[in-house]
Design a protein around this ligand. Structure first.
Ligand SMILES: [Zn+2]
Length: 431
């Protein structure tokens, strides 16, 4: 086989191959293997896979892979192979059967782990992010987008929670496409995350954390996570998560859109700081303003009253634009990356002096609660649209969730009042 043929043939296809798969074949005892190429229809773009991908689109053709050119040459007459791939010590060489001839063909590599995020170098601490684990609860329009952004930034480990499937009404502002209809959101977002970072580990939990809280899964996963993103659309799950964050001293980022996404807010919990319950009690947060994206959930937590007729209730489900939730997702992503990189010098370290607040408010339009806000040109020192405002939340000393947490003996273990009730006589302890 003449590996030095260079054809100036613009009609040659674009071919991609995973360098990791090549390394695996190189290191194996196999001399010859059969692989497959997949054609993107009408695009003359092929992806070659030495291991069967989970799914693919387009025409599938066979590829002969070998370490010695002679093994390939001996099979040139076998019409069942479209490509012949030589894996030697240096660069691989690819040939293609075209118009009855065997021709050399350029080969592109899907980058190695080291190269994948090299453009983020200097801005983000890639080694740190690769080792971090992010738990995301809720994979709707917020959680799905945040998962993919974090994968793009180089976060290496994910725990994805959602019990819902991709439905037609979700699609307008969701990262999923019509190809994903009917699939569990955990599976669809798994594919999206792996598509961005094939080296990420992604654990999928298609469960309702409000129902499956007793079996310890929530506590187990919160313990394992470095940060928890709460992107659900109901207060019950936020309270459950908040309690787990306080119990396990983990950082949490909560975000939501208000009514028809005319605005939104983001809350960050840090251990020892005010918790989600303190924040709700502070009056900064009004659950009646909640964006209603899901009829069933809104019925359950009373945002749509039980007496409301079905047609009327259906009409109450009105979501905002995808472009209106993006700024809120964006701040949640920035806060997450900053928290994960905290203490290490990186290109985003200066944000630590900016994002010092517990609670952040954003307005997309001057509607409802923002109707008396100033128009952008006349705003001067008045609050206006399309910019963030930060607020500090007071820790509520009477908070039923966080103010009862005691640290005993300066040790690692944290006991809640309930635990202490069981083990100790609490009389005389000052809480
Ligand atoms: Zn609290």
């Amino acid at each position: 086989m003449n590996a030095n043929i260079v054809l100036e043939d613009v009609s040659l296809p674009i071919v991609y191959l995973s360098s990791e798969e090549i390394e695996a074949f190189r290191g194996s005892k196999e001399e010859v293997a059969e692989a497959f190429s997949y054609l993107w229809e009408d695009e003359s773009v092929y992806h070659i896979h030495l291991t069967q991908p989970k799914h693919s689109f387009g025409k599938k053709e066979k590829v002969l892979v070998a370490k010695h050119a002679s093994d390939l040459v001996s099979r040139y007459s076998d019409d069942s192979f479209l490509f012949f791939l030589l894996v030697n010590e240096g660069d691989c060489q690819l040939q293609m059967r075209k118009n009855g001839e065997i021709q050399a063909c350029d080969l592109n590599y899907i980058p190695s782990k080291e190269d994948l995020y090299s453009r983020n170098k200097g801005i983000l601490e890639l080694d740190i992010l690769e080792s971090k684990r992010v738990m995301i609860v809720g994979l709707g329009s917020f959680g799905s987008q945040i998962a993919i952004e974090l994968a793009k930034a180089g976060v290496g480990n994910f725990a994805l929670f959602d019990f819902d499937r991709v439905e037609l009404h979700n699609l307008a502002r969701h990262t999923c496409t019509t190809k994903d209809l009917g699939r569990l959101k955990t599976d669809a977002i798994y594919d999206a995350v792996i598509g961005k970072n094939p080296y990420a580990t992604v654990d999928r939990f298609p469960v309702n954390i409000n129902k499956n809280i007793e079996n310890g899964l929530l506590d187990e996963e919160v313990t394992k996570a470095d940060i928890v993103i709460c992107a659900t659309d109901n207060n019950q799950s936020r309270f459950n998560l908040s309690e787990a964050l306080v119990r396990h001293r983990k950082i949490g980022i909560f975000g939501r859109a208000i009514t028809r996404a005319e605005g939104g807010d983001v809350f960050r919990y840090r251990p020892e700081g005010p918790c989600y319950c303190c924040m709700v009690g502070s009056g900064a947060f009004n659950s009646a303003e909640e964006e209603i994206t899901n009829l069933e959930a809104a019925r359950r937590d009373g945002r749509i009253p039980a007496y409301m007729a079905p047609e009327e209730a259906e009409a109450a489900v009105q979501v905002g634009l995808s472009a209106d939730i993006e700024p809120i997702c964006n701040l949640m992503v920035k806060l997450t990356l900053m928290e994960l990189s905290r203490g290490k010098a990186s290109g985003i370290s200066s944000l630590e002096q900016d994002l010092v607040y517990d609670y952040y408010i954003w307005a997309n339009r001057r509607e409802n609660k923002y109707s008396n806000w100033a128009a952008l040109p006349q705003s001067a020192n008045m609050p206006t649209v399309l910019r963030w405002y930060g607020a500090r939340i007071q820790k509520d000393e009477g908070c039923p969730v966080c103010s009862h947490t005691l640290r005993l003996d300066e040790g690692e273990d944290v006991f809640t009042l309930t635990d202490i009730d069981v083990n100790l006589d609490t009389e005389g302890l000052s809480l």
